[in-house]
Structures are given as structure tokens and as C-alpha cells.
Design a protein around this ligand. Structure first.
Ligand SMILES: [Zn+2]
Length: 511
């Protein structure tokens, strides 16, 4: 355990760091010093402030460990405590908002987001140490590159933590993970601490919205815009107006909305929100497969993007007309049925939906509208346009906006499990079909994958070849998952149905 003298020295170093990286005003240093002395149960400060190397490992981590050792917090609450500590040193929302807009006025909006993003990393709201643990690679398939990430940044909860979390009373506050009431929230074992979260008020289509960064950073400057009001997700013409306003405010970012239906939507359907950030997602770099012009919207170019799933791409410099065109595509798609390709827009409930993504290049707006459908039937209870069960070992959850644009976020458990699959291929573990068929076998869900890999490669591969074979399998699985989400498949029949929707549904003509 650190001595009192060491703790006091580290508190001084923490304050130096806050002055350098967290905009701590020297005039506020005394107040923060005394607040930290209180937090760490210290009666007086240290005199000296030696230089230090790596802030996280030399200062932040040891202080949190001291708090655990001293009983100020407990082992299960390390992140909650660390967030509280950094929250004390993060500028107030008013100061953050003022500086953000002052930077925007003086140096442009990119300078403002650069600063806010740097602050969000420096106060560990965006936990880069964890995010850097993610395993990332790229794969080039038939329609271009896709990205694959095994997400190791969400720490796995141990059984003790899960048991403790169950005992926590549920207050219903904050109402969800996205409500503005998260700002400053102390958190508990069921809800993350958010003392370090800072949000920026923005106006979209005359409505109050907020901008924040995602703590998970699935891609560069992964940002979220969320409505001030806690209300369900919906995709309507108003959504397009807000997304277009967003890219006027932040032309260096894209912004898009998940479809508002389960299976094809994101994990949070209860709070109206969008996801955006730097324009780095694979779908954005592909060209057009077919181009069309519209008599109804002469200033808008219509196209079908050359991508794994079904994307209608609109391009125009005319904001009002592209808004009207996007609204028109939504209306037409929501009512479009083509039984030849199993697209049925509604049964007792709505099934067709759209995932819209908006960005700006120069003075041109680009609206990508990914056509989705969440219908299920007896044969495909998980969804007709959702990966089949044989792929659920790789990804079972809904396929949301990030994945349909070609960036796969796979569960952290796969790191261990894929390594185990490799051991079957090297012969280190003997393949026993009957044993794997038992539901309680730890590798049961991968049985199909192991069997297919052994059939193709045998079971005496070198470690390197085994690893490559497993990676190839995952790459191929991700491409197949993406193709499952296509309402118009990439074959003659599917593409003919797509052309029919363009011509008869949207009334456009081949350009
Ligand atoms: Zn909410």
C-alpha cells in the first residue's frame, strides 16, 4: 500500500496533470487539492511534485489501488471510484460548453471537437487503455473492405460482481443510458458512473439535442447525438431534417440513425439518438452500382451503392430537395412489398425500415438509406434478413447501424473461444462430435464451425495455419452476416427486384 506521503505526492501530480490536460484553472487548484485530500483521507498536502512518466500507471492506477486498500472504495467499484476522482477534476458543463463554442467561433468546428475529444480521453471518460486492448483487423471481400473488432474494452464482470449488481435497488434513474440526466451521475454496479461525461447542447431542426462521445469508441471519434427528451427511436422525415442539420454543424462528421425496429435496430430503442463520427466506415468508400435520375427531384442523384446490402444513395447540393427525396424513399420503402424476394412490408406490424446515414462532402449532401426488414417466419425465427443460427456463434445480436456499414463489433468472449477452436485444428484437442453436441459443452456453440474447419483442413495444422484458418472463417462469416441483411440479394433475382423498386417504387430512370 502507498504511504500517506506517496499518496499526497501523487495528488500533487494529479493536479499538475489536470492543469495540463483537463483545463484546470490554477485559480481553482487549491480547492481541488483540498477536495482530493478529503477524498483520500489525508490531513495535509505534500510539499513536492516530482515529474512522472506514464500518468495512468504511475498516478491514476496507484491512487485507485490505494482507495481500495484503504477501504475508501471496494474492489468491485474501481471504475466507479476512478470516474469520481476524474469527475472532480473535469471542468463543469458550463465551462466545457463555453469553451467548445468559443473554439468553434475562433478556429472552426473541428478545433472544437478535437478539444472535446481530447478532454474525453484525458479524463478517462473514453477509456483508451481498455479500448486499445481490442483486436482489430480488416478483410477485403467481394464488395470491398470490412472491419472486424473483437471488443475487449468492456471488462467482463466476475460472478461476484454480477451477484452484487443483482442486489442493487433499481431506481429507474437515470431513465436510460442516454438521458442527459447521466451527466455527473455517480453510477452503481448496474449503471456506469458518468461524472466525467460532458455533453454539448446543439439545435437540430429547431429541437434541443446533445452531442457526446461514445465511451466505447468503436471507430475514430465515435459520437452520439441524443434528444433532450427521453422518447423512443423513430425514423421519420424529421430525422432526416435533424441529420442534415447535424452535418451542416459538423461537416467533418457523418451522422446516422439506427432503424427503429428490433432485430434491425441498435441496442437502445427507448431513447431517440443517432450515431456518427469521422467518416471512416467501409460503406462510405464504395461507389455506385447503378445511377438514376428523378423527374420529381431533379436536383438529386439517385444511386444504388455497390455494397453487400441494399443501399439507396442520394446526393445533392440542394438541402430541401434531398430532404424531400429521402422522405419520399422512406414513405415508398415502408409500403413496398415484393414477395418474389420475401419482402413483405407489414403483417400485423411494420417490418420494412430504413437505416439512414448522412454526410457532407464539400457542399454536397450524401444520404445513404439502407433498406431493412425485420420479418420472421417459422423457419427463420431470428429474422429472414438476419444471420442464420449457424452464424450465431460469431454474432447473434441485432445487426445495427455500425455493422451494416461494414464494421463488425464481435463479443470479447471470442478471443478465448477462437483460440480454443485453433487447438482442435492443431490436434491439441481431439474432435469428438458427440461430446460437442452436448449443450453444456463449453464449445457447443462452435461445434458447427469446428466441424466445418476440420472437414476442410484436417486436424494437424501448424499453430500459424490454424490461426489463419480460423481468421478466414470469421472473415467469411462476417461477409455472410452482412449479406443476410440485404433485402435485395446480390444475385440476378435480387438485383432485378432492386431495379424494380427503383423504377416502379421510386419512379426514377436509369441515368
Ligand atoms: Zn433516455
Amino acid at each position: 500500500m502507498l504511504t500517506d506521503q506517496q499518496v499526497r505526492t501523487k495528488i500533487n501530480q494529479l493536479l499538475d496533470y489536470a492543469q495540463k490536460a483537463l483545463d484546470l484553472d490554477p485559480r481553482d487548484r487549491m480547492l481541488k487539492l483540498n477536495t482530493l485530500l478529503d477524498l483520500f483521507g489525508q490531513s495535509a498536502p505534500a510539499d513536492e511534485t516530482p515529474d512522472f512518466g506514464d500518468f495512468q500507471t504511475e498516478i491514476a492506477d496507484p491512487l485507485v489501488q490505494y482507495a481500495v486498500d484503504k477501504g475508501i472504495t471496494d474492489d468491485a467499484s474501481r471504475i466507479l471510484f476512478e470516474t469520481r476522482m476524474f469527475g472532480l477534476l473535469t471542468p463543469l458543463p458550463s465551462a466545457v460548453t463555453d469553451k467548445f463554442y468559443a473554439l468553434k467561433d475562433a478556429k472552426g468546428v473541428k478545433a472544437a471537437t478535437d478539444w472535446l475529444f481530447a478532454l474525453s480521453k484525458a479524463n478517462d471518460y473514453v477509456r483508451m487503455t481498455d479500448i486499445n486492448k481490442n483486436i482489430k483487423w480488416e478483410h477485403t471481400g467481394r464488395f470491398g473492405k470490412i472491419g472486424i473488432t473483437i471488443n475487449l474494452s468492456k471488462p467482463e464482470k466476475d460472478p461476484k460482481q454480477i451477484a452484487l449488481a443483482k442486489l442493487q435497488p433499481k431506481s429507474g434513474y437515470p431513465a436510460c443510458m442516454l438521458c442527459e440526466s447521466n451527466v455527473g451521475f455517480a453510477g452503481n454496479l448496474n449503471h456506469p458512473a458518468r461524472q466525467t461525461l460532458r455533453t454539448i447542447p446543439i439545435t437540430l431542426d429547431g429541437e434541443d439535442w446533445w452531442l457526446q462521445y461514445s465511451p466505447y469508441q468503436y471507430y475514430e471519434e465515435h459520437a452520439i447525438a441524443f434528444s433532450d427528451e427521453h422518447r423512443p427511436m423513430s425514423v421519420t422525415p424529421k430525422s432526416f431534417a435533424r441529420l442534415l442539420d447535424f452535418v451542416d454543424l459538423f461537416p467533418h462528421y457523418f451522422m446516422g440513425s439506427n432503424a427503429a425496429l428490433p432485430i434491425v435496430g441498435g441496442s437502445i430503442l427507448t431513447h431517440d439518438h443517432y450515431q456518427g463520427g469521422l467518416k471512416v466506415l467501409p460503406m462510405m468508400s464504395v461507389g455506385a452500382r447503378a445511377e438514376y435520375s428523378s423527374g420529381k427531384f431533379p436536383a438529386v442523384k439517385f444511386a444504388v451503392a455497390d455494397w453487400y446490402n441494399s443501399v439507396v444513395r442520394l446526393t445533392s447540393k440542394d438541402k430541401a430537395q434531398i430532404h424531400a427525396a429521402a422522405s419520399f424513399v422512406l414513405e415508398k420503402w415502408n409500403d413496398w412489398t415484393d414477395e418474389s424476394v420475401e419482402v413483405i412490408c407489414k403483417t400485423t406490424e411494420q417490418h420494412n425500415a430504413i437505416t439512414p446515414i448522412v454526410r457532407k462532402e464539400g457542399d454536397e449532401y450524401i444520404v445513404d438509406m439502407i433498406l431493412r426488414n425485420n420479418r420472421t417466419d417459422e423457419r427463420r425465427p431470428y429474422g429472414i434478413f438476419h444471420p442464420e443460427e449457424c452464424l450465431h456463434n460469431i454474432k447473434k445480436e441485432g445487426i445495427g447501424i455500425i455493422e451494416v456499414m461494414g464494421l463488425f463489433i464481435l463479443p470479447g468472449r471470442l478471443k478465448k473461444e477462437l483460440a480454443e477452436v485453433e487447438r482442435y485444428l492443431t490436434g491439441e484437442v481431439r474432435f469428438d462430435k458427440a461430446a460437442l453436441a452436448a449443450e453444456d459443452h463449453p464449445m457447443h456453440k462452435h461445434a458447427g464451425m469446428i466441424e466445418a474447419l476440420i472437414a476442410a483442413n484436417g486436424s494437424s495444422l501448424s499453430e500459424k495455419s490454424a490461426k489463419q484458418a480460423v481468421t478466414n472463417y470469421v472473415n467469411d462469416a462476417c461477409v455472410r452476416i452482412l449479406e443476410y441483411t440485404a433485402v435485395f440479394k446480390n444475385n440476378d433475382k435480387g438485383q432485378a427486384a432492386f431495379a424494380k423498386f427503383m423504377k416502379e417504387g421510386l419512379g426514377v430512370t436509369a441515368a
